[in-house]
Design a protein around this ligand. Sequence first.
Ligand SMILES: O=c1ccn([C@H]2C[C@H](O)[C@@H](COP(=O)(O)OP(=O)(O)OP(=O)(O)O)O2)c(=O)[nH]1
Ligand SMILES: [Mg+2]
Length: 165
Amino acid sequence: MNTERDLPVQIVMLDAGLEPPAYATDGDAGADLRSAVEVVLEPGERFLVPTGVALALPPGHVGLVHPRSGLAVRHGVTVVNAPGTIDAGYRGEIKVCLLNTDRSESVRIARGDRIAQLVVQRVEHAVFTVVDQLPASPRGSGGFGSTGGFGSVEAVPVAGAPPAG
Ligand SMILES: O=c1ccn([C@H]2C[C@H](O)[C@@H](COP(=O)(O)OP(=O)(O)OP(=O)(O)O)O2)c(=O)[nH]1
Ligand SMILES: [Mg+2]
């Protein structure tokens, strides 16, 4: 796709035998990342998978490493820290911490398999100011189901919290 939204990004293929990240179809948000290695993930196992790619995102951008829905649905494979954060200043190899959430089936990842997808977005850089009081809002401090639908947040066990009542 060649539109005014195209963002030039320099990449280095640390593993020249792999295909560079690419969008599977026009209009995709995520460019697929490939595994540089073969690995078998046992049930419940995680593995930091190298992709053979390093890149330089322009300042003011971030790369988000998202799971692929097909891998998730078919094999229970996800990204532990989804979405992984690729900082604009990071010049190392992009790696993907895959997790096999299936309770009984192992899954084999082959070299060259598309294991995750990189979504590049603009980000703001916050300048934090400490104040005594925050401006009012309709939501206020309500969260964690406060608008209804999933029961009371008080019913949710929180590690380390004293017993309710
Ligand atoms: O899924 C990921 C997440 C991160 N990274 C790389 C790029 C990112 O810029 C760097 C640091 O990531 P993050 O800030 O999430 O990790 P951290 O645990 O905070 O480590 P650090 O202290 O290095 O920031 O690691 C990856 O290759 N894959
Ligand atoms: Mg960090």
